[in-house]
Design a protein around this ligand. Structure first.
Ligand code: CAA
Length: 285
């Protein structure tokens, strides 16, 4: 029988961390979230408030259930508070040194059977895991944005991840109401490896004035049934995040389909990161 996880930690309360914490609390788990400072926690709690209020407004959650959900989430700025977690999911910025240092610190605090997971979208789980004394209990758990809505979670195994750990984590993802897929430790895993060359190509087509942004997006929505066109999706993901994913994939593969379109870099430099800054390929209120 698969192992039960009851107390789960989340480190990093950005868009993804807050979404993951909400999904965990919705499942009835005790959730401990840690961010670097009070400002980070306040921003993350703002995401949680906004998202649960939206669920109440849509009749998906009543006010009492919302209060109960938020009551399952406790916050801290100290990773020492994660000591009794069975599983910790890291969702901090995509820098391998930062993640490796964090994993080494958490490893010292957790019980010997606890599992450490990273929500990284493209960094190597193997490289992060070797900084702990338990690389066999380190996995990738890659959620998709918006986390509350999208069902996919990629479970990433390294050459040293223990098979039982994968079985337990897959059962855990199913308990969250999500659909797990298992994949080896390669940049982009499954979904991003297929998605990002396409998104990048759309930016290159726009850059070459091949078609307007509206027509590029309309073609994929109305011709292929995608919920969003590629440029609107890049605005949702964040152009900085998209650039980092493409750059990591390019460095690993040397495939020119992964070489980030120059326009992406220019927009990032100009501060046009997408929805989160109010402007990307489109403008938002
Ligand atoms: N938070 C919580 N709930 C949200 C939400 C959010 N940010 N955005 C939408 N929703 C919910 C809505 O409340 C609504 O729920 P109900 O139907 O239960 O009431 C449902 O999603 C549909 O929303 P809308 O009717 O407002 O809009 P929509 O039908 O156009 O769907 C969408 C919006 C879910 C974002 C949809 O357009 C979509 O799936 N787009 C593609 C997103 C995608 O491809 N994401 C993957 C990005 S890649 C990634 O994440 C990996 C990585 O490593 C970067």
């Amino acid at each position: 029988m698969a192992r039960e996880f009851n107390t789960v930690g989340v480190v990093g309360l950005g868009t993804m961390g807050a979404g993951i914490a909400e999904v965990l609390a919705r499942t009835g788990l005790t959730v401990k979230v840690v961010d670097i400072d009070d400002a980070g926690l306040a921003r993350g709690l703002g995401h949680l408030q906004h998202s649960t209020e939206r669920a109440v407004a849509r009749g998906k959650l009543d006010a009492a259930a919302k209060a109960e959900l938020l009551g399952r989430i406790s916050t801290s700025t100290s990773i020492a508070d994660l000591a009794d977690c069975d599983l910790v999911i890291e969702a901090i910025p995509e820098h391998v040194e930062l993640k490796s240092r964090l994993f080494a610190e958490i490893d010292k605090i957790l019980g010997p059977d606890a599992i450490l997971a990273s929500n990284t979208s493209s960094l190597s789980i193997t490289e992060i895991g070797v900084h702990t004394g338990r690389p066999g209990k380190v996995v990738g758990l890659h959620f998709f944005n918006p986390t509350q809505v999208l069902k996919l979670v990629e479970v990433v195994r390294t050459v040293v991840t223990e098979p039982d750990v994968i079985t337990d984590v897959v059962a855990f993802v199913e308990r969250l109401g999500k659909s797990p897929v298992v994949i080896g430790d390669r940049a982009g895993f499954i979904a991003n490896a297929l998605l990002f060359p396409y998104l990048n190509h759309a930016v290159k087509m726009l850059e070459a004035r091949y078609a307007t942004r509206e027509d590029l997006d309309a073609a994929m929505r109305y011709g292929c049934g995608y919920p969003m066109g590629p440029l609107a999706l890049l605005d949702l993901i964040g152009l900085d995040t998209a650039y980092e994913i493409l750059d990591t994939m390019y460095h690993q593969s040397r495939n020119r389909l992964h070489a980030p379109a120059p326009l992406l870099k220019q927009m990032i430099t100009a501060g046009l990161l997408g929805r989160k800054t109010g402007r990307g390929f489109y403008t938002y209120d």
